[in-house]
Ligand binder design. Structure first.
Ligand SMILES: *Cc1c(COP(=O)(O)O)cnc(C)c1O
Length: 373
């Protein structure tokens, strides 16, 4: 697989234009949506991102270990997480619950440092975040710990349920609830640095929700979060990941030859088959059996029969193909080749899953400026 770091930097620039005066936090959770955590984070910072966002503390600590010093927010923690390490590594912690803010305050006392927390309010997604009466209880708990000198509340944030449907009534309703939550924080006397709610879809389609910062993930990697409204090119985004492999063997087979496990594909005439050495262990969905589009020799073909763990087969007709030839599963689409969005459509999922599920077994080759700064 190749990852175009210049595309990531470019995409952050596109998102910054949509964000106006607000800062961009590039979300690099899930190994930067499969693109590789540290190189992708550095490319996003080079493109102008001011913050980085992750779900898990181990991701934030990996960035710090790699020498990344940018402001970092981690927002999904289960009981037992080592908050002391997070505080020592100067990581902002997203907090949805009283148990967690109490645990962070205890860890802060242990380390002798003031923890930085951002309160997460549930304004209607009904997922992670303080909902209903839990919200004022979280604000009160935060106030107590701030008064003790163990915590600083640096921000407040929430997450949309329907940002990809900009006219959905919840998009407006969540903004109203968020404004109320911001007011609750101001009344509590918190000296907020950042107030934020927009993911990629909201950044691109609901600019008035930008507040002080936007939190795009998918669009940083050049994929459209709103394919029904517009693909990547409509927003000037460049997909960064190209997944390709080299043909291992080719063979000429007669009409009526069943192909791959269970022979779900049968050759309609004498033809050439090529074997492609990536499969579901690499993140190629098995659901793409007889559906996944590929580009070989500048022409589009479809996976023939079952995707196996390590390989799949393509019927290329009479195209002259040799061992070693390039097979592109998806890329930036500029050459007429398939995209991650195309793979998402044929497997009934979203492009997020297609790129994120790619396995660490695949070598990632980085293109573009890889300089550290
Ligand atoms: C994953 C995530 C994002 C980024 O979402 P995209 O749709 O990829 O832009 C932003 N905020 C939170 C809380 C997230 O979990």
């Amino acid at each position: 697989m190749t990852v175009d770091l210049d595309a990531i930097a470019h995409n952050v620039g596109v998102l910054q234009q949509h964000a106006g005066d607000a800062m961009v936090m590039a979300v690099v959770k899930g190994d930067a949506y499969g693109h590789g955590l540290v190189p992708s984070a550095r490319a996003a910072l080079r493109g102008g991102a001011r913050w980085l966002g992750v779900a898990q503390l181990q991701e934030a600590l990996a960035l710090r270990s790699a020498g990344v010093t940018a402001p970092l927010l981690s927002w999904l923690h289960a009981p037992g997480v080592d908050f002391a390490r997070a505080i020592e590594a100067d990581i902002d912690l997203g907090v949805p619950a009283v148990w967690e803010i109490d645990a962070i305050a205890a860890a802060a006392r242990e380390t002798g440092r003031v923890a930085r927390v951002q309160l997460k309010v549930d304004t209607g997604l009904a997922r992670n975040g303080a909902f209903g009466p839990d919200w004022p209880m979280l604000v009160q708990a935060a106030q107590r710990h701030v008064a003790d000198g163990t915590l600083k509340v640096t921000g407040v944030f929430t997450h949309f349920a329907f940002a990809d449907v900009p006219h959905h009534p919840t998009v407006q309703a969540q903004q109203v609830r968020f404004a109320d939550a911001v007011r609750d924080c101001e009344r509590a006397g918190f000296d907020l640095e950042v107030r934020h709610m927009s993911n990629s879809a909201a950044t691109l389609t609901t600019p008035k929700a930008a507040w002080d910062m936007v939190r795009p993930g998918l669009a940083v990697y050049g994929l459209s979060p709103v394919p029904d409204i517009g693909g990547s090119s409509r927003f000037g985004l460049i997909p960064a990941m190209t997944m390709s492999a080299n043909v291992t063997v080719t063979k000429r087979v007669p009409i009526g030859q069943g192909v791959s496990y269970s022979h779900t594909y049968v050759t309609p005439r004498e033809t050439t088959l090529v074997d492609v050495p990536c499969g579901y262990a690499d993140g190629v969905p098995r659901a793409a059996s007889s559906k996944g589009p590929v580009l070989i020799g500048g022409r589009r073909f479809t996976v023939s029969g079952r995707v196996c763990m390590d390989q799949f087969v393509v019927d290329v007709g009479d195209l002259p193909v040799q061992a070693g030839d390039d097979v592109v599963l998806f890329g930036n689409g500029a050459d007429g080749g398939p995209t991650a969005q195309d793979w998402a459509e044929v497997t009934d999922t979203i492009s997020y899953e297609i790129v994120t599920r790619t396995s660490s077994r695949l070598p990632r080759i980085y293109l573009g400026d890889t300089n550290e700064r």
